[in-house]
Design a protein around this ligand. Structure first.
Ligand code: ADP
Ligand code: ADP
Length: 233
């Protein structure tokens, strides 16, 4: 069973009686351990696809199965639970709580999951160590650089051991050197076995993934495996 199976997926929006097909029959399979970039021009459906894969939205028609769960059959509450259990989100603007330390930010998802305090602390420290930020754990976001803040947000995304790391323009707010840094971290996490899907419009960022899925007009226009990974998927 693949981690992600998407078949004939359609997402329509109705505005003022007019129907817009943001996704128009998407087929996509992603295996565990893949590192995939979703690319495409503005308006091609990337954000809508991101919302679908992230279980923030459900299809108008078609099928999405995540880790064996048929997403289109779930209620709002079940969707929220599936999101919390399965997916770690990374955003362009980090979405950290500014009044909390790095450690407290990383503890948050476990607070919601009901993990006891001692274990929360241990696991948050371990996650910060994995992203190379253990020595900054008592700092607040405004005492950290953009790259460090993104590392905290990646630690937060990883701390509940999600089956999928889903990143929306994760380097969009970073300079080129820091972008390089964060992409290196994604590569490391991929090598450790994490499944990563990142949405980006930046070609240099997309090139670092092992597979590029290109959207146009709400459809998959091209699906390319990079370099040495050719033929292994
Ligand atoms: P991208 O992220 O590639 O720019 P989007 O998924 O945001 O593409 O948009 C795809 C199409 O769907 C566009 O025509 C956009 O205007 C439309 N769209 C996206 N979200 C909504 C929405 N919430 N309501 C109405 N139309 C939307
Ligand atoms: P991004 O910068 O990630 O591509 P967008 O600017 O496409 O995001 O969309 C931002 C938000 O507005 C999203 O929630 C999207 O679903 C919504 N949206 C996008 N296009 C439209 C539209 N034409 N009408 C209404 N909402 C839209």
């Amino acid at each position: 069973m693949s981690l992600i199976e998407i078949r004939d997926l359609v997402r329509e929006y109705v505005i003022g009686g007019q129907v817009i097909r943001a996704l128009n029959g998407v087929n996509l399979t992603i295996e565990r351990g893949e590192f995939v970039a979703i690319m495409g021009p503005s308006g091609s459906g990337k954000s809508t696809m991101m919302n679908m894969i992230g279980c923030l939205d459900v299809p108008t028609s078609g099928r999405y199965v995540l880790d064996g769960y048929d997403v289109s059959a779930l209620s709002e509450d079940q969707l929220a639970e599936l999101r919390n259990q399965k997916i770690g989100f990374v955003f362009q603007n980090f979405n950290l709580l500014l009044r909390m330390t790095a450690l407290e930010n990383v503890e948050l998802p476990m607070l919601y999951a009901g993990v006891p305090p001692r274990e929360r602390r241990d696991r948050a420290m371990e996650a910060l160590e994995r992203v190379g930020l253990k020595d900054r754990m008592h700092n607040r976001p405004n005492e950290l650089s953009g790259g460090q803040q993104q590392r905290v947000s990646i630690a937060r995304a990883l701390v509940n051991h999600p089956v999928l790391l889903l990143a929306d323009e994760p380097t969009g707010a970073l300079d080129s050197r820091t972008t390089e840094d964060i992409l290196g971290l994604f590569e490391e996490l991929h090598e450790q076995g994490n499944t990563i899907v990142l949405v980006t419009h930046e070609p240099d960022v997309g090139q670092r993934a092992k597979r590029i899925v290109r959207f146009r007009d709400g459809r998959v226009e091209a699906d390319e495996w990079m370099g040495a990974d050719l033929g292994t998927a």
